[in-house]
Design a protein around this ligand. Structure first.
Ligand code: 13P
Length: 306
């Protein structure tokens, strides 16, 4: 298109009004995408916002399962994803067939599905959770039931540690970005920045979380950094979060624990693709109605927990 970023952003804003569209962005998006968004949030906040907005069109700047969750909650809306190749490798680590087979083996466990799953997997699950509420969702379930937690084993282990009275069976999935962090990475960062507090996402391995001062979802980390008396932080999540951390705390310092904390799928969204999605009302994300009807129950059970 050849336009500058500022021209593109202005064109997006105009088109957004014409289309009665809302731009939703996850915290891992590029700074310029976060800056044109109407709403930035973690997975839980984005689902809630998608469920309650009056806008006709949602442009979901995130990865595919996030746009799908919006389509599950708002089938009457046009849900757009600027780049349909923005997938989530964690969500691809479980299929509905494999989940059905495991449920049969375990003779009917309660299935908790992390929101990072396809609609078809949510349709096979009893309740959805996000990183912000995983422990709470587990606690809400009948204590006598076996719980199958899918697909993120690190988040499952974290939720289990806070619910030691529950019997939880884990799936062996993981986020390749968070799971690659090791205790050595954190120890090295702490050596470089001895005064810094460590804030980590629960998709990290237990050995990493054990070294953290705070474990939280992306918005939980933002709240913590704002409230903490510390002046410096080592951030153990995708680098996109640094944009809001720095914006909200200009006097504090934030160090990414490792330059490897970059999700290539989250970075697929560009201003140019957002512009084209609004112009063409495509690519659109839809969920077959029979899948949606089952998946929405699992999502709504989570949202009903408040
Ligand atoms: P949050 O729910 O913390 O935003 O995390 C989403 C995610 O996909 C982390 O990799």
């Amino acid at each position: 298109m050849g336009e500058t970023g500022a021209e593109l952003s202005a064109a997006i804003r105009r088109l957004k009004e014409e289309r009665d569209a809302l731009i939703l962005s996850h915290y891992y998006q590029r700074p310029e995408i976060q800056d044109i968004a109407d709403f930035i949030g973690d997975s839980l906040e984005l689902s809630r916002r998608a469920a309650t907005t009056a806008a006709k069109v949602l442009v979901f700047c995130g990865v595919h399962f996030m746009a799908e969750t919006a389509a599950i909650l708002s089938p009457e809306k046009v849900v757009l994803i600027p780049d349909p190749r923005a997938g989530c490798p964690l969500a691809e680590m479980i299929t509905p067939e494999a989940l059905r087979a495991r449920k049969a083996e375990l003779r009917g466990p309660v299935v908790v599905a992390y929101v990072n799953t396809t609609a078809a997997v949510k349709a096979e699950s009893d309740i959805v959770c996000t990183s912000a509420n995983a422990a709470r969702v587990v606690r809400s379930l009948p204590p006598e039931k076996d719980i199958l937690f899918v697909p993120d084993r690190n988040l499952g282990l974290y939720a289990a540690a806070q619910n030691p009275d529950r019997k939880i069976i884990f799936w062996d999935g993981y986020c390749p970005i968070h799971d690659q962090m090791r205790a050595e990475d954190i120890l090295r960062a702490k050596q470089e920045h001895p005064a810094a507090e460590v804030i980590a996402h629960p998709e990290c391995r237990p050995e990493v979380l054990a070294l953290a001062d705070k474990v939280a979802s992306t918005s939980g980390m933002l709240r913590y950094a704002l409230d903490s008396a510390a002046r410096e932080f080592i951030v153990v999540t995708e680098e996109g979060l640094l944009h809001q951390l720095r914006r909200q705390n200009p006097e504090k310092k934030f160090h990414l624990a490792s330059p490897r904390l970059v999700c290539p799928n989250m970075k697929r969204t560009t201003l140019d693709k957002v512009y084209r999605a609004l112009r063409d009302l495509a690519p659109r994300v839809t969920v077959p109605e029979d899948v949606r009807e089952r998946a929405v129950q699992a999502v709504e059970r989570m949202l009903a927990l408040g």
